[in-house]
Ligand binder design. Structure first.
Ligand code: PLP
Length: 397
């Protein structure tokens, strides 16, 4: 069997048509496959590689940590320097009430931990989430996913979950003194980049405060500069009770986190003790990588340039087949009439060495979420490839 056949035979598959590119090297915004073909990466591993692939400072930090030590003991027992340092750096760059970090292995696990924490703190069971949101694929996170098609086959799921319309004033009336938490993406990514109004966000926070409900904001895709500010919620002038992080948090290594005030977080230490347990959460190599990437993001002034780079995409992406370009920083959705056009564009771009994708709840939209370090030249090249492919799709119609 060749490598592709082995991949299809022995690596569990969840897609009938996996991309199956055989990438052997990734640097900056460029991936190179086994045949030497180069791809310009417009999706950054789904908003993971914000500082680019293989950043030398991240690689160096990983190598150093591997030399010092890897796994020592289950989460929270040992003082592991990279973990302590990363928690300190993160909380130094968050509002004062977000001062205690629980590191997990993934975004979904951060969602799980935060929901457990909210139930434990409030002594309530109801969880409110929103239609067309995504918070992970484990059973709890799936229970709050905002789309019945994806949930249905896995029932029974968590009870006492209510799904409401995002950015709708009437939804807020459903939040009551029975509600443990409201969990929302700061900007709904998989809906095809949909931002709520600042007014709605403020009203949501207010309603949560009034009813003693915890507000959980999912920054797993919107964090780490993706939307043009370090955290997406800065743009809405709200502070969540718990924030979820993942994706770019690990600088290319697997990581998630839920972050809250220590006063809240400490309930996980009693009745029962070990209120949330993980063997590998906060792995020292992942923390070392994440911290190095975070320092790069802050020091190399990458975040400040996000808005200008997004504006350049906007300026260049003009074509009769494009219905709209929705963007929050470098989280962008290019909307077409329907999925068929999108698929042709995505396939055509791939042939031309440009890697894009669609969105879970918006198959008619093409995802553009490159490494934030993408250069002006690369943006121009990407846009010109997309326009060429669009011309070809239009001609073939
Ligand atoms: N929340 C959001 C907004 C996401 O986009 C994702 C992943 O795409 C998750 C949670 C789940 O993260 P993970 O895939 O690391 O479990």
């Amino acid at each position: 069997m060749n490598k592709r056949e082995l991949f299809l035979r022995h690596v569990a598959q969840t897609s009938p048509a996996p991309l199956g590119l055989d990438i052997i090297k990734a640097k900056g915004s460029i991936l190179r496959d086994a045949d030497g073909k180069k791809y310009l990466d417009l999706i950054a591993g789904i908003s993971v590689c914000n500082v680019g692939h293989g950043h030398p400072k991240v690689v160096k930090a990983i190598k150093k940590q591997v030399d010092d030590y890897m796994h020592l003991l289950v989460y929270g027992e040992m003082i592991e320097t990279p973990q302590v340092q990363y928690a300190k750096w993160l909380t130094d760059h968050l509002p004062a009430s977000l001062n205690s970090v629980y590191f997990t292995n993934s975004g979904a696990e951060a969602t799980e931990g935060a929901m457990k924490l909210a139930k434990r703190v409030t002594n309530r069971t109801q969880i409110i989430a929103f239609n067309k949101s995504y918070h992970g694929s484990t059973q709890g996170a799936l229970s709050i996913m905002g789309d019945e098609y994806w949930r249905n086959a896995f029932r029974p799921l968590l009870p006492d979950v209510l799904h409401l319309e995002y950015n709708a004033a009437e939804s807020l009336q459903e939040i009551t003194s029975q509600t443990a938490c409201v969990i929302a993406e700061t900007i709904q990514a998989e809906r095809g980049v949909f931002a709520p109004s600042a007014q709605w966000m403020a009203a949501l926070q207010e309603k949560c405060r009034e009813t003693g409900t915890l507000l959980i904001l999912d920054e797993i895709q919107t964090g780490f500069g993706r939307t043009g500010t370090l955290w997406g919620f800065e743009q809405f002038n709200v502070v969540p009770d718990i924030v979820l992080m993942g994706k770019a948090l690990g600088g290319g290594m697997p990581m998630g986190a839920f972050i809250a005030d220590q006063k809240i977080m400490q309930v996980l230490t009693e009745n029962p003790v070990l209120g949330h347990i993980t063997t590998f959460g906060g792995h020292p190599v992942c923390c070392a990588a994440g911290l190095a990437a975070f320092k790069v993001l802050l020091k190399e002034e990458i975040v400040n340039l996000v808005t200008d780079k997004a504006a350049l995409f906007h300026e260049l992406l003009l074509h009769p087949l494009i219905k709209a370009v929705r963007a929050n920083g470098l989280l962008m959705a290019v909307e077409f009439d329907h999925f068929d056009i999108n698929k042709k564009v995505i396939d055509g771009c791939l042939q031309q060495g440009l890697l894009t994708d669609w969105f879970l709840f918006a198959p008619e939209c093409m995802r553009i979420a490159p490494p934030l370090t993408i250069t002006e030249k690369e943006i121009k090249k990407a846009a010109s490839t997309i326009l060429q492919v669009l011309d070809a799709v239009q001609e073939a119609k």
